[in-house]
Write a protein that binds this ligand. Structure first.
Ligand code: ZN
Length: 344
């Protein structure tokens, strides 16, 4: 599955109705860091939890907040207890601990919650990465103990495998986390500027060590052409801001490559973004109209473009799932790999 990103409890520019009915999305990702700072997890709990708050009846996965703390905050202090940081909104000091991050996500009522992890910058030395992965394991154990100590909850907790770009550290981290017997496992710390071949290599070093029967989630990937490659390596779940963010920036993914909608060649183009796409946008709107909306700075552009890009991603995943069910995935993968930039 591919999970669209709804950072602030909204996939920017798209109605929940369209996410549910038009796109058939089963699960969304929302960001703990942002929702913890504003409006706050206690407010969301009082308002009936994240599902009711954002009017989303289907599943929600929230991340641990770790990635944002490490990417948005230059003023932060990491200790064995957790991470001290300042709000990027008003500078207030906050602390995330393995336990508090579980509590925040349970207050949201998220279906899948993530354990606090340390996200390293790329590149990092082996020694830095080793210490960081060790801390991530300690935090995951503390999170797990706290979570299981609360008794039965409606949420599943996934620990996150770290270890920067070192296969031995990834493997060691995975082995230790598997001892927890969690419902699923995530692979984090990728898509941080490393070459794509290295991301895939790290996934290859990790997935075989994770339980076959549990979902495996690679965080923050990827490009459309990368999705089949992760699936081929045993990955079940992915999320990425790419389809929605690129849509807002005027970049549309199609079966024949990217369409940069502001280009003059689309000025009089009556065809849809992608002839092969059955999405709401492609059923009714021309490239010329979309280009006009984009250049005029109209809000509707973001909505229509995001619907198309998400549909494109979800279609790729649907195609892969079908081929797996039919036992035809290896053949399908060969066809996809042989057709760079599209299948025409
Ligand atoms: Zn479309």
């Amino acid at each position: 599955m591919f999970m669209p990103v709804g950072t602030q409890a909204t996939v920017k520019g798209v109605l929940q109705r369209d996410l549910e009915v038009e796109l058939g999305i089963q699960i969304l990702l929302a960001n703990t860091y942002h929702l913890y700072l504003r409006p706050g997890h206690e407010a969301i709990r009082r308002l009936g939890g994240l599902h009711r708050f954002m009017n989303w009846p289907r599943a929600i996965l929230t991340d641990s907040g770790g990635f944002q703390v490490f990417s948005l905050n230059s003023l932060r202090k990491v200790t064995d207890e957790g991470v001290l940081f300042r709000s990027h909104l008003n500078g207030d000091a906050h602390m995330f601990t393995p336990e508090s991050v579980v509590d925040v996500q349970l207050a949201f009522g998220s279906d899948i919650i993530m354990a606090l992890d340390e996200c390293l910058e790329y590149p990092a030395t082996h020694e830095t990465a080793r210490l960081s992965a060790r801390r991530t394991v300690q935090w995951a154990r503390a999170a797990w103990q706290h979570y299981t100590g609360l008794g039965e909850t409606a949420s599943s907790l996934f620990p996150i495998v770290q270890g920067s770009m070192f296969g031995d550290l990834r493997a060691e981290c995975a082995r230790q986390l598997v001892e927890l017997g969690a419902d699923g496992y995530a692979i984090g710390g990728l898509s941080v500027g490393e070459p794509r071949a290295l991301s895939l290599e790290m996934v290859e070093a990790t997935v075989p060590l994770l339980p076959r029967q549990r979902p495996k989630y690679v965080m923050g990937v990827g490009l459309p052409e990368e999705l089949p490659e992760y699936v081929a390596r045993g990955v079940d779940m992915m999320d990425c801001v790419m389809p929605s963010r690129n849509a807002r920036n005027g970049c549309l993914f199609t079966s024949r490559g990217k369409v940069v909608i502001k280009q003059a060649k689309y000025r009089d183009d009556p065809s849809p973004v992608d002839e092969k796409c059955p999405c709401y946008t492609c059923r009714g709107y021309s490239r010329a109209y979309l280009r006009h909306l984009f250049l005029a700075g109209e809000m509707l552009f973001a909505t229509l473009a995001t619907i198309h890009n998400l549909h494109y991603y979800l279609d790729i995943m649907k195609d892969l799932r079908q081929s797996i069910v039919l036992g035809a995935f290896p053949d399908r993968l060969r066809v996809i790999r042989a057709a760079p930039g599209g299948e025409d």
